[in-house]
Structure formats: structure tokens, C-alpha cells
Design a protein. Structure first.
Length: 417
């Protein structure tokens, strides 16, 4: 008899990369007594084909190996095609294969309390439940109490504010912003935002956001399921032709919403000039953020050096009660990061670099400076010491980093029901 931490039923909408690995994590942790997965369509020829997909993974290996290592034995059984059920390592699963629109999914029939929506299709929290193309609020109409989106919210009508019952959180950064009395829709941000937030927060805590003059990041990101294996013709109206090129053969420049999402979880970022870019590369998982920050030096103390930056991260990692931030001076490659449990960001201290130089500022060209002040100055040319730091942060954009953070968010929401 399997013991579960709660009597709640979890719903997972979508069974792609994040949906499947979310199921793996919940099977391992056994918090929810029942998991209902909505695929929204027929898959293969039978439920046995869905079980086949569930218990094998090209990146992480077999499910039984993930759960029990070399002692693992097959863990999927009791497959009932008519009822759409199976048991996975003692956890009852029900698979729904009919409806895609959240408003039509029979969550209420299965007493689902929380839905983790991993489809990436329903991300606008302002849309009503009955939107013809579907909306997150459709889950709520079917009796669900809380909905967690595995991606940042995207409000299509920019005139619309964020609804009062919606919030974006990153575990270990602003998880406390979630108010169970008020919030029904929760975004778990993205894998990149999660890593980036854990890289920026220690710097803001150590130096203050006022001293961070600017910041930029580029994520060298593994392929995702939305990319093409081979070149294909773009759909009508699509303007980014690179997204239709083969990820197997190319380094592809693309975009990321990490900058916008980061401002939602770290409000101080509103006052820091910040740019975020993304490059997709042909690997299955394991991604890297290259963070560049410019810090104004303080004449009352020694200039910021490589060891200063590394010391900030080393101390922050030691003080992190959850282990979300990890600091290392080993020489890693992307495969070393795959599957690292609960680590949102791994700081590669071996590659931290700093360089200090003086920046020349002509005060006569500074906007907003009162012109009558300039004649009173001895010199309108000032030289300000600025240190540029380059910091590398690894993250497993699938299981090790993001899905584990998603699990933790889901459980903390469930604990307040």
C-alpha cells in the first residue's frame, strides 16, 4: 500500500516534455494520491502506447532507472483501456483523451483540485473561461481551485493589467508573493527566468540595485519541442523564418521573455537597464546563461574583483536553505548539469571574470541636469570607475532545474488548500 502525503488529486494538462517529466517527479515524490493527465486526443493505438511513452525517455533514460537506479524494475502496470487508467509505481493515473479546451475537460468528475497546465497554449490570464480558443480560467470553471502554468503569462492586449487573482513566482525568490486567499492563477515563470532570478538576486542583495548600472544576458539554450527537426515552410503570417530551420544542424538566434518575467519576480529590475537574448543549440537539454553586469564602484572600498563576485555566490549558496543555488569551481560541461535535482542555477565560479575601467561622463550632456548648475562646477567632465563582471550559470531546462521547481510550487500551493 502506497502512502501519500495528501488526499488531493492533481491534474496535468498536456503531456509533452514538461508534462511527462512533471508526472515522473510526482511519481517519485508521491504527494498526490491520484494524478489525472489530459492529453486531449488519441495517442498511438491504445493506452499501452501511452504507457510506453511514459516509461521511456531519450534524455533521462527509463522511469524505473530514474526511480530506483540499477535496481529498478518495470513500474507501470494495471493498464485498463476502457477506464483509461494505469498504476505507476503505486500511483493511480487516469488519462483523458477527448477535450483540449480547458472548459471541456472533466476535472470535476475526477475531483481534481490543482491543474498544472504544461501545454504552453493558454497563457493569457485576462481571457474569460469561455474564450473560443480556450483559456486558463476554463480549468477553474470545471471545479479546479488553482491553476499553475508552466510558462510565463502572455497578455495579448497590452492595455489589460495583470488580473488581481494572477501572480508570477519563482521558488526561492518571491514564492511568498503567492496569496492563497487571492490568487487562483499562478505562473511558474520559465526555466530561463528561474535560473536568471537566482543569478541576479544575490548580486542585488550584495551590492544594491542602485549600483548595478546595466545588465545583459544571453542564454545558450537546448532545443525545445516547438523547433523543427528538418527545415519546413513557415506558416502564414510568421515573420521569424529561423524557427522553421532544422535544430539538428544549426545554431539559431531567437528571443526570450526572461527580461519581462524577471521584473515580475524581482521588482528592483525595473530600475536596472536589462537586455535578454537567446540562442538555441542542437542539444537535448542542459542550458547556460552568460550574465554581464556593470557595477559602479564605491571609492570607500576596494574594487570588485572576481573573488568578490564568487564570494557573493558562494555565501548565497551556503545560506540557501533549499539548495536552489549551487556554487562550484569545477570545470563543467552541459551534460554534467542534466538531472541535478532542485538546482535552479549552478554558478560556474571557475569562469567568473571582472574588469574595471573608468567611464568618462560629460555632465553637460546629462539629461535633466539644470544648466545653471554647470558654471558652478570646476569641471564638467568626470571619470567614474565601473566594473564589468561576466558570470556563467548552468541549468537543466527540463527535469533537474525547472520541473523540480514546478513540483515545489505545486506542493506549496496544495499545502494551503
Amino acid at each position: 500500500m502506497t502512502d501519500f502525503a495528501s488526499d488531493l488529486t492533481l491534474g496535468i494538462n498536456g503531456f509533452g516534455r514538461i508534462g511527462k517529466l512533471t508526472a515522473w517527479t510526482h511519481v517519485a515524490r508521491k504527494y498526490f494520491r491520484h494524478i489525472v493527465v489530459n492529453i486531449g486526443r488519441q495517442a498511438g493505438t491504445s493506452l499501452a502506447d501511452i504507457a510506453h511513452y511514459l516509461e521511456r525517455d531519450s534524455t533521462y533514460g527509463a522511469l524505473e532507472g530514474y526511480l530506483y537506479g540499477f535496481r529498478g524494475k518495470p513500474v507501470v502496470g494495471e493498464i485498463d483501456e476502457d477506464r483509461g487508467t494505469m498504476v505507476v509505481d503505486g500511483v493511480p493515473f487516469t488519462f483523458l483523451r477527448t477535450h483540449r479546451n480547458p472548459l471541456d475537460i472533466e476535472w470535476d468528475r475526477h475531483d481534481v483540485s490543482i491543474v498544472v497546465d504544461t501545454t504552453g497554449q493558454f497563457l493569457d490570464p485576462t481571457l474569460p473561461a469561455d474564450d473560443p480558443k480556450g483559456a486558463l480560467r476554463g480549468h477553474l470553471e470545471r471545479g479546479v481551485q488553482k491553476v499553475i502554468a508552466s510558462a510565463p503569462f502572455k497578455i495579448k492586449d497590452k492595455r489589460q493589467p495583470m488580473p488581481e487573482d494572477a501572480v508570477t513566482t519563482v521558488m526561492g525568490i518571491n514564492a511568498h508573493d503567492y496569496d492563497p486567499r487571492r490568487h487562483c492563477l499562478i505562473s511558474n515563470a520559465s526555466c530561463t527566468t528561474t535560473c536568471l532570478a537566482h543569478m541576479m538576486k544575490p548580486l542585488i542583495n550584495a551590492f544594491g540595485h542602485q549600483r548595478i548600472l546595466s545588465a545583459s544576458m544571453a542564454t545558450v539554450h537546448a532545443a525545445t519541442g516547438s523547433q523543427s527537426v528538418l527545415d519546413r515552410l513557415p506558416k502564414a503570417g510568421k515573420t521569424d523564418l529561423r524557427k522553421n530551420r532544422s535544430i539538428m544542424n544549426n545554431i539559431i538566434l531567437t528571443t526570450t521573455g526572461a527580461a519581462n518575467a524577471l521584473r515580475l519576480v524581482i521588482p528592483e529590475m525595473e530600475e536596472i537597464g536589462f537586455i535578454a537574448e537567446s540562442v538555441r543549440i542542437p542539444t537535448a537539454t542542459g542550458s547556460l546563461i552568460i550574465l554581464v553586469i556593470n557595477l559602479q564602484e564605491d571609492h570607500s572600498s576596494e574594487f570588485i574583483r572576481r573573488e568578490t563576485i564568487n564570494g557573493v555566490y558562494r555565501q548565497a549558496a551556503e545560506d540557501d536553505p533549499h539548495g536552489y543555488l549551487y556554487y562550484t569551481e569545477e570545470q563543467n560541461v552541459s551534460c554534467d548539469i542534466i538531472g541535478m535535482p532542485q538546482v535552479a542555477a549552478t554558478i560556474e565560479g571557475h569562469e567568473t571574470h571582472t574588469r574595471t575601467a573608468e567611464t568618462t561622463i560629460d555632465l553637460s550632456q546629462v539629461p535633466g541636469l539644470q544648466k545653471e548648475v554647470l558654471p558652478l562646477l570646476k569641471d564638467t567632465i568626470v571619470r567614474v570607475p565601473v566594473t564589468q563582471a561576466v558570470i556563467y550559470g548552468w541549468y537543466d531546462n527540463e527535469m533537474g532545474s525547472y520541473v523540480h521547481m514546478l513540483y515545489e510550487r505545486t506542493v506549496t500551493v496544495a499545502e494551503h488548500l
